[in-house]
Design a protein around this ligand. Structure first.
Ligand code: C6P
Length: 408
């Protein structure tokens, strides 16, 4: 098990008070995680000692910056067990990963009448790019439904996943229910009908082992800022033969081999997809985040969050009128999205803030999921490696005060 007190000392922001005598209780890691000192230091070191553009200079700090940036790519490759660092494309965030595939692969491979299969529990990042692609191409988007307890309903999988399905893209872990979906099984089913697969790992890569070779997915995307890394850097992993066959997404510097006034030829992967000066400090920061999580051990991270989730669901069940949406703790990551009687989630979140507790309220960029539940919003507490049971107790006590304020 993780030593949470030791972990907390790594996160300077957690020493802060929100109001005099009221410490920060940060329960919004699913939106964006806090950053440990090691990540802040790696980025500061780059700016203080190595600041130069990459892949361009022949002078010393530019070469060192290039080395540090490309080393970070290798660290990410190791983190998800990618066969080769060339298959790790640096993008801005998971969202850009989906858009890259929807434009580059989608434009070349999706035709009128083809089907794209998603699920009803997707984040907008894994919905809207495909809807836009389908609209451009006259393709059809279909959705795997979820059950009332927030699990994917696989009973009609054979009807939804057919030879017409050209792509199946789904989230490994829901950002609202926390559901850990059976990714290997879904990928195997998609492969059986010849569909290309894409996994949304935005809520899985920060919290559990992700092994792309074991999953055998074709594409996988996630964001650095949810896994102790900085904003502005995300990852798209792809199988080599697919990435090599795909046209570039954006044109500009670095992604070319040769340019004439008549046209251009493309660089090798991964740079073919990285036009312009990349997010260098952010890439290096992400490399430090990967080191940090690897040192904690992703199995330890997952086990600790499972413990926290069980604890939280038990503790929240003591609050009258509160309902946590999604499956039981055993099938769930560290996310508890809940409603409390008919209170508006924004009111709840504002009152929790008075106790220094940061949670997210809203549709969490999953409007179709909320619509199916008959809700416009939920309040969501999410946990990470620095979360303590005392913080969960503070959340429960604060929710009891919310009930008192509204005379429930
Ligand atoms: N979800 C949340 O509060 P970006 O914004 O590109 O870094 O990540 C998009 C994304 C994709 N898939 C899933 C499952 C996600 O949870 C997210 C981001 C945040 O739930 C911010 S909206």
């Amino acid at each position: 098990m993780l030593d949470v007190n030791q972990v907390r000392a790594d996160f300077p922001i957690l020493q802060q008070e929100m109001y005099p005598g009221v410490p920060l209780v940060f329960l919004d890691s699913a939106a964006s995680s806090q950053k440990p000192t090691a990540v802040l230091q790696a980025m500061e070191h780059y700016y203080r000692a190595l600041n130069a553009n990459v892949h361009r200079g022949v002078y010393r700090i530019s070469e060192e910056a290039t080395h540090a940036f490309e080393l970070a790519r290798q660290k990410v490759a190791n983190f998800i067990n990618a066969p080769d660092a060339a298959q790790i494309i640096f993008v801005r965030n998971a969202t850009e990963g989906f858009n890259l595939v929807a434009y580059s692969w989608g434009e070349a491979n999706i035709q009128a009448g083809d089907e794209i299969l998603l699920t009803e529990m997707e984040h907008h990042a894994n919905l809207v790019p495909w809807q836009m692609l389908a609209q451009r191409k006259g393709a059809v988007v279909r959705y795997l439904p979820f059950t009332p307890d927030g699990l994917l309903d696989l009973s009609n999988l054979d009807e939804l996943l057919t030879e017409r399905t050209k792509l199946f893209s789904f989230t490994a872990v829901s950002n609202v229910f926390g559901t850990i979906n059976p990714a290997r099984r879904l990928i195997a089913a998609a492969k059986a009908v010849g569909a290309v697969t894409m996994v949304d790992a935005a809520q899985s890569a920060p919290h559990m082992v992700v092994n792309v070779q074991e999953l055998d997915c074709d594409f996988l995307a996630f964001s650095g800022h949810k896994m102790c890394g900085p904003t502005g850097i995300g990852i798209l992993y792809g199988k080599r033969h697919l990435l090599e066959a795909m046209p570039p997404f954006m044109g500009g510097g670095d992604m070319i081999r040769r340019v004439t006034l008549e046209g251009a030829t493309w660089n090798d992967i991964p740079w073919k997809f990285e036009a312009g000066t990349p997010a260098i400090a952010e890439g290096i920061g992400l490399g430090a985040a990967v080191d940090y999580l690897t040192n904690l051990g992703m199995d330890n991270v997952h086990a600790y969050e499972q413990f926290l989730t069980s604890y939280a669901l038990e503790a929240l069940s003591e609050v009258p009128g509160l309902k946590v949406w999604g499956p039981p703790a055993a099938q769930k990551g560290g996310v508890a999205a809940f409603t409390l009687d008919n209170l508006h989630p924004h009111d709840i979140a504002e009152l929790l803030d008075k106790d220094g507790i940061a949670v997210r309220a809203g549709h969490h960029c999953a409007m179709p999921l909320h619509k199916k539940l008959g809700l416009s919003a939920t309040t969501r507490a999410s946990f990470y490696v620095h979360t303590t049971t005392a913080e969960i107790d503070a959340l429960v006590a604060s929710l009891q005060r919310v009930r008192a304020v509204f005379r429930l």
